[in-house]
Design a protein around this ligand. Structure first.
Ligand code: SF4
Length: 575
């Protein structure tokens, strides 16, 4: 019998991406935090719990020693939606096997990896469950498994789900583990869970495998935020739920009072938080309960930080596909929900709440508080050529009628065992690959680009962009938050820092921006020529005529109003 007091545990985070739960850096999912709390609850001293991300093990191979020497290795990972990531690279199956082989102690694997493992994390793939050579695989909740395994003296556990009381305790007790994340403290965003499960049963989705929704009461989520903020976390996303609007209700209808307690409570315990975003809102809730939903959306927009996105799972605007896959919202209903979110939350800081959508050249220079995003999924049962046209027409209509979408996410299906899609598998997605490619390109060019111009017009300020990598003589970075815009800045700047920028140009899903405010006495030629209407010769004139005392001294008749972007700082003089 192993005494928990003497046990050393290494947690390795291979990252997770589920329909309603994200944990690739800069995000930290709930899994390592809950698991650490469960370990403490079972009697393991905090200082004997080590946490590494898979990227840290890749970058600093010495840390494999912690995998080797621990009495218990806990691997957390699994991708149940396809994706590509900038902030980290999820563990590959071979790396996960190597973890099991390296561990001399007991090894346990858990997280969404229990739903299956594909050869690669991409759409149009099929998956199967594998144990990847671990001693134990948690087929229920991994935090319950690790808790019970330790209590049993590493003998074993019954697969079970944890209850609300346990998770509330473990969430608080495990908050300390964030300090061991390589991105801590500044470049880290904690994914928060408000509920699991879903009242609906879409054919492709793993969320109903958790059953009907069960909500964590506001004080437990608020208590967790309080603990995380004590350990230095300033960025939060309420992302672990199928529908934030249904929070605290009967499973389907909204309960604005619960939302008020949740958001108000978070703001109270973490008054200095820098990001409060969400993920996942079900459009059907908005159309079925419009008045309560409007109230709920207003509450969210008054408490969140700008640039927030409510991702809507429309998945398909084609009624045939909707019918065959048990999708719960029609294109018409989704359009209505897009309109309501735009009206209630599509305002910008400085404007009156509820005054959305805020569009046009003279809007305040910040992102809107909360906008819808649209998820579209291809390769579903019943998909036909017309499906692509219907989806594109839906998006075009949103644009033509003057509304905003913050993000359009187009993916191909991954088929998991236990979902209705598992019979169809990836066959339709594979047959339609060419069609999919052409359509995606068209949406990017014809809708994403003008939409982005509407959401983030020239001069929109994006504070605290984290500089992440260099490419083609530019520096790329993103803000912390839900679906942040990729920002390209002229020149190679020092990485790992944050700067404020202003948008000057738009791609499909990314923007070009210059430091804000841009000092005309110091700006580089690349920065100046990134501004529309400033060519090489005007930029050359601006540089030659330095220094300027005031902005009006630098009037070169540019078509862009430079006061939205630039400033002049006095030159430093040597005494
Ligand atoms: S509404 Fe459908 S896609 Fe969304 S979480 Fe529920 S089952 Fe999954």
């Amino acid at each position: 019998m192993t005494d928990p007091e003497t046990l050393s545990v290494t947690i390795v985070d291979g990252y997770v991406d589920e329909p309603a739960h994200f944990g690739v850096p800069p995000y930290i999912s709930t899994y390592p935090r809950y698991a650490a709390g469960a370990l403490v609850d079972a009697g393991v001293p905090r200082e004997q719990i080590t946490y590494h991300t898979i990227d840290r093990l890749r970058d600093e191979p010495d840390y494999w020693r912690d995998v080797d020497e621990a009495d218990l290795l806990l691997y957390l990972g699994g991708m149940t939606v396809p994706g590509k990531y900038v902030g980290g690279t999820p563990a590959e199956p071979d790396e996960v096997r190597k973890l099991a082989w390296t561990a001399t102690g007991t090894s346990l694997m858990g997280g969404p990896v229990k739903f299956g493992v594909g050869d690669e994390n991409a759409g149009a793939t099929e998956t199967e469950r594998q144990d990847l050579d671990f001693d134990f695989v948690a087929k229920g909740d991994v935090e319950a498994a690790v808790h019970d395994l330790v209590e049993s003296g590493l003998e074993g556990f019954n697969n079970r789900m944890r209850d609300i009381e346990e998770v509330s305790r473990w969430a608080r007790e495990g908050a300390f583990v964030v300090e061991q994340h390589p991105n801590h403290p500044d470049h880290l965003i904690a994914e928060l869970e408000t509920s699991r499960g879903c009242a609906y049963r879409c054919s492709f989705c793993t969320e109903p495998l958790y059953g009907n929704p069960e909500f964590r009461p506001p004080p437990t989520v608020v208590g967790e935020v309080d603990a995380l903020s004590d350990y230095g976390v300033k960025h939060f996303r309420l992302g672990r739920q199928a529908d934030i609007l249904a929070y605290g209700g009967d499973g389907e209808a909204p309960n604005p009072d619960a939302l008020r307690q949740l958001y108000g409570g978070i703001r109270e315990v973490a008054p200095d938080l820098e990001t409060l975003h969400l993920d996942n809102m079900n459009p059907i809730t908005i159309v079925e309960w419009p008045e309560q939903s409007r109230e709920g959306i207003r509450i969210i927009a008054e408490h969140n930080t700008p640039g927030d996105t409510a991702a809507f799972g429309l998945e398909s605007a084609d009624p045939v596909v909707q019918e065959e896959n048990n999708l719960n919202v029609t294109a018409e209903e989704c359009f209505e929900a897009v309109k309501i979110v735009n009206q209630e939350a599509g305002w910008r800081p400085g404007e009156d709440p509820g005054d959305g959508p805020s569009v046009g050249r003279d809007t305040p220079n910040r992102l809107p508080k909360l906008l819808p995003g649209i998820n579209l999924l291809h390769g579903l049962k019943g998909e036909r050529e017309e499906t692509y046209e219907r989806n594109r027409e839906f998006l075009q209509r949103v644009y033509d009628e003057g509304y905003m979408l913050r993000r359009i996410n187009i993916r191909q299906v991954m088929a998991f065992d236990g979902t209705d899609m598992s019979d169809t598998g990836a066959e339709i997605a594979n047959d339609h690959k060419q069609l999919f490619k052409r359509y995606k390109k068209r949406v990017r060019e014809e809708i994403d680009n003008p939409m982005l111009e509407r959401v983030a017009p020239l001069g929109t300020v994006l504070p605290d962009v984290h500089l992440e990598y260099h490419q083609d003589g530019k520096t790329f970075g993103r803000q912390l938050g839900t679906y942040p815009l990729l920002v390209g800045i002229p020149g190679e700047r020092e990485l790992g820092r944050t700067i404020d920028v202003a948008v000057v140009d738009h791609g499909y899903r990314s923007v070009t921006a210059v430091p804000h405010p841009l000092d005309l006495n110091a700006a580089s030629m690349d920065e100046l020529t990134a501004i529309p209407g400033i060519g090489d010769s005007t930029a050359g004139d601006i540089v030659v005529d330095r220094p300027y005392e005031t902005l009006s001294d630098a009037d070169f008749g540019t078509e862009v109003d430079l006061s939205r972007l630039a400033t002049v700082r006095p030159l430093e003089r040597a005494d």
